[in-house]
Design a protein around this ligand. Structure first.
Ligand SMILES: Nc1nc2c(ncn2[C@@H]2O[C@H](COP(=O)(O)OP(=O)(O)OP(=O)(O)O)[C@@H](O)[C@H]2O)c(=O)[nH]1
Ligand SMILES: [Mg+2]
Length: 397
């Protein structure tokens, strides 16, 4: 299972209580107070881990709780501090503070409990007024696309973030003795650990993203370029979640990571098809590689495909369309590919295109060279208007 967005409830441990105790020993009359302090509660810590590739471990355990500190004891013994609860998350996890889920209804007492509320994965309901009540409250007005208050972004292996800090331990009565109060019975409770609802969102970290319509051959290409084995099949939406492969550039000891993103279709920014959930994964990629079925083997037109893809990216986030981007014209082995490639060159003479046949492994050596140049050399950026404007001209025709 692949989980790239999940809401969790986290609670750090409470501090242990301070102890009230008096020294009682033979031949030591009125030994005085000797109550020790409570131990610290455990923190909840997130750690970016290279061996964790998604958030599925939290799907079955959306409530993260660290242990509380042990209470203090007599003979000035401090309670033991609780160990921190460390949660491994994939590199590229962004953490947002989220609102508590809305309780199911007023007379349902159980649902006011924050813990029960997390488990409340009910389906959307329609209220008496006919208004749709969402199952999980939207993070913000645009459907959670840009949630507010980002509190962490874990981008390196081993990077840690304290999500909730454990409460400090309480003080034992030994702290309250004074010349006027020789037998204090005061102590303090341990502090409460921090708690809260959070939204974890994975944004795949890769140097380049393969963006294209379903069946364009993105997974076939990633399989040929890297050691990754994404599933390849002749039906749309074979790839259901992003897969990252590492490409080695022979001779230069350089390597780059490339993400195979599930197929996009028109309206993806409105959540059509596999939707904008996956567009999120390209937001960190430095370079976008548009993979086209240049032969138009499924009755589509490759140039229109490119224009639509560019438009979807732009509608999702205009900043994304400012990234360097290039075109990989795939399926050159099929009839009609040469002609379409010529038309593409004529329409967009400045566009950098590499023609390949992923399944036949044709043109992959050139692609590697160009890829290295695109990723590590100076990149020339094509102005966005070129393709979007031409798209409008085509629609007008
Ligand atoms: N003739 C030909 N077929 C290809 C080529 N590359 C891929 N295919 C075929 O196209 C089909 C789809 O390939 P995939 O790699 O699964 O396509 P995808 O873009 O990953 O598709 P989704 O995961 O559904 O988005 C498969 O049947 C491949 O064998 C190619 O260069 N030439
Ligand atoms: Mg695929």
């Amino acid at each position: 299972m692949f989980v790239d967005r999940i809401k969790v409830f986290a609670q750090a441990g409470n501090g242990g209580r301070g102890c009230v105790s008096f020294r009682r020993e033979k031949f030591v009359p009125r030994g005085g107070p000797d109550g020790g302090d409570g131990g610290r509660g455990g923190d909840v810590i997130l750690r970016a881990d290279i061996h964790t590739d998604n958030l599925s471990n939290l799907f079955y355990e959306p409530i993260i709780k660290a242990k509380s500190g042990v209470h203090g004891q007599g003979k000035k013994k401090h309670g033991r501090a609780a160990v921190a609860k460390v949660i491994k998350v994939p590199i590229g996890t962004v953490v947002y503070r989220a609102e508590a889920p809305v309780p199911r209804n007023d007379d349902d007492e159980a649902s006011t409990d924050p813990v029960a509320a997390v488990y409340d994965r009910r389906t959307p309901q329609v209220s008496e007024l006919g208004i749709n009540i969402p199952a999980v409250p939207a993070i913000n007005a645009d459907g959670g696309h840009r949630p507010p208050l980002q509190i962490a972004d874990l981008t390196h292996d081993g990077e840690e973030f304290i999500l909730c800090q454990g409460g400090g331990g309480g003080k034992g009565n030994v702290h309250f003795k004074s010349s006027r109060n020789r037998a204090p019975v005061q102590y303090t409770e341990g502090e409460e650990g921090e708690q809260g609802h959070f939204l974890f969102e994975l944004r795949t970290m890769a140097d380049a993203a393969l963006v294209g319509y379903p069946n364009a051959g993105k997974s076939t290409l990633l399989g040929k370029l890297s050691a990754a084995h994404p599933k390849v099949a002749p039906y749309p939406f074979t790839t259901l979640y992003p897969i990252v492969g590492v490409v080695d550039f022979a001779g230069d000891y350089r390597r780059a990571s490339i993400a195979d993103i599930p197929g996009l279709i028109e309206g993806a920014h409105h959540n059509v098809g596999l939707g904008h959930d996956f567009l999120r994964h390209i937001t960190r990629c430095r370079v976008l590689l548009f993979v086209l079925d240049i032969a138009g083997s499924e009755g589509r037109h490759p140039i229109e495909d490119l224009q639509n893809l560019r438009r979807e990216i732009d509608l999702y986030d205009p900043r994304l369309s400012e990234r360097p981007w290039f075109v990989i014209a795939n399926k050159m082995d099929l009839p009609g590919a040469d002609e379409n490639l010529r038309t593409l060159h004529q329409r967009f003479p400045n566009l950098e295109v590499v023609a390949i046949s992923a399944s036949q492994s044709d043109g992959l050596a050139e692609l590697r060279t160009r890829l290295e140049q695109w990723l590590f050399g100076e990149t020339k950026r094509l102005p966005e208007e070129t393709v979007i404007e031409t798209a409008e001209v085509m629609v007008a025709e």
